[in-house]
Design a protein around this ligand. Structure first.
Ligand code: HEC
Ligand code: HEC
Length: 309
């Protein structure tokens, strides 16, 4: 059938190359469309111009640099280099509109006091954008992206529960000089019953169901010399920021996974176990690693995360 078709086609309709195979097999000579051809020539011209302007061809262990140059500042001196993306970035960070605007805002916020920053929507939106980046760099490894922390290891910075205090001054001090949270272990001081009693008392302060007699005995340990817990957590168990000792009455647990416990007895065992072992954790100091302006940004950011005091 196909031979029939071929024979019916008029070979003169389209120009052929003149070759004939197998008697009737011919090759059409269709020129490329004009628009395509011009497009093709244009790419050649473009490439040649590009080679002249930008780094392009390897020569030995070097390359053609191109005529285009970039001038930027390095170590207080002006430096001119052939075009390359690293120099472009350096220049952009010095004179790009975004960089200039960022530096202006940084200076502006650094000059403001906290009260002004926290109330000024423009400053706060800059603080949030800027500090999110540096929080990711410096803090998220421990406190996690977003600041939710890890129970038992790194404090949650998103709730309004502060061991070392939630005013901007206290947060700034935390970041600047670091903090060492220390609670002694009671394994040699209290026996198993006493540990259970004081654990029952602490849980009763958060409305968990406990044995009332145990809790009463625990209260005497907490507020008396046997335990001396009050020295750090205060008589009302609401904590002392000067010691980094947390409030034990707000049902926000940073160290003992009380919320994760599945039964009353497991909860009591976890708390008793914690008191037996004690804890020591360190928040590193950033005063020597970050500028005052950066610490200010992070302080305002962390303060706003937790709805600070
Ligand atoms: C190496 C891990 C680590 C890094 C990095 C780290 N922290 Fe901490 N941070 C801790 C630990 C652990 C504590 C708890 C210290 C304690 O037990 O008193 C803490 C405590 C804090 C507190 C006090 C919380 C409270 O309840 O008072 C704040 C605020 C804080 N960190 C903010 C930051 C910020 C902001 C950064 C980044 C600049 C940062 N941390 C980096 C481990 C870290
Ligand atoms: C020397 C001060 C000090 C004494 C004394 C002390 N604590 Fe603590 N306690 C702390 C500190 C500091 C923390 C937080 C540790 C950290 O963040 O690394 C803590 C944490 C806790 C926690 C964990 C709270 C949470 O958020 O998960 C409990 C429970 C607790 N203490 C109970 C007690 C009891 C009960 C006693 C007495 C038997 C006691 N503490 C005595 C300083 C003290």
């Amino acid at each position: 059938m196909s031979t029939q078709d071929n024979r019916e086609k008029d070979p003169n309709q389209v120009e052929t190359t003149g070759h004939v195979w197998d008697g009737n097999l011919q090759e059409y000579n269709n020129p490329l469309p004009r628009w395509w051809l011009w497009g093709f020539y244009a790419t050649i011209v473009f490439a040649v111009v590009y080679w002249l302007i930008y780094p392009a061809w390897p020569i030995g262990d070097s390359f053609t640099k191109g005529f285009n140059t970039i001038t930027f500042e390095q170590g207080g001196e002006e430096r001119t280099m052939h075009w390359n993306t690293r120099a472009l970035l350096a220049k952009d960070m010095q004179t790009g509109t975004y960089a200039v605007r960022q530096r202006e805002m940084l200076d502006q916020v650094a000059a403001q006091d906290y009260e002004t920053i926290l109330q000024d929507a423009e400053s706060m939106s800059f603080v949030n954008a800027y500090a999110q980046g540096s929080f990711g760099t410096w803090c998220a490894a421990c406190h996690q992206v977003g600041g939710a922390g890890v129970v038992g290891q790194y404090p949650n910075l998103r709730n309004d529960h502060w061991k070392w205090g939630g005013t901007v001054e206290q947060i700034e001090e935390t970041l600047h000089q670091g903090r060492l949270g220390y609670m002694p272990g009671y394994r040699d001081t209290l026996d198993g019953d006493q540990l259970n009693q004081v654990a029952a008392y602490v849980l009763s302060l958060n409305d968990y169901s406990v044995d009332q007699e145990e809790a009463d005995a625990g209260e005497r340990i907490f507020t008396g010399t046997d335990g001396g817990c009050f020295q750090c957590h205060a008589m009302d168990a609401q904590g002392l920021a000067s010691q980094g000792a947390p409030n034990l009455t707000n049902d926000l647990w940073g160290l003992v996974d009380v919320r994760g416990a599945e039964s009353d007895s497991e909860r009591q065992r976890l708390v008793a176990n914690f008191i037996r072992n004690g804890a020591q954790r360190e928040m590193p100091a950033f005063g020597d690693r970050l500028s005052d302006a950066e610490i200010k940004m992070l302080t305002a950011y962390v303060h706003s995360l937790g709805g600070g005091q």
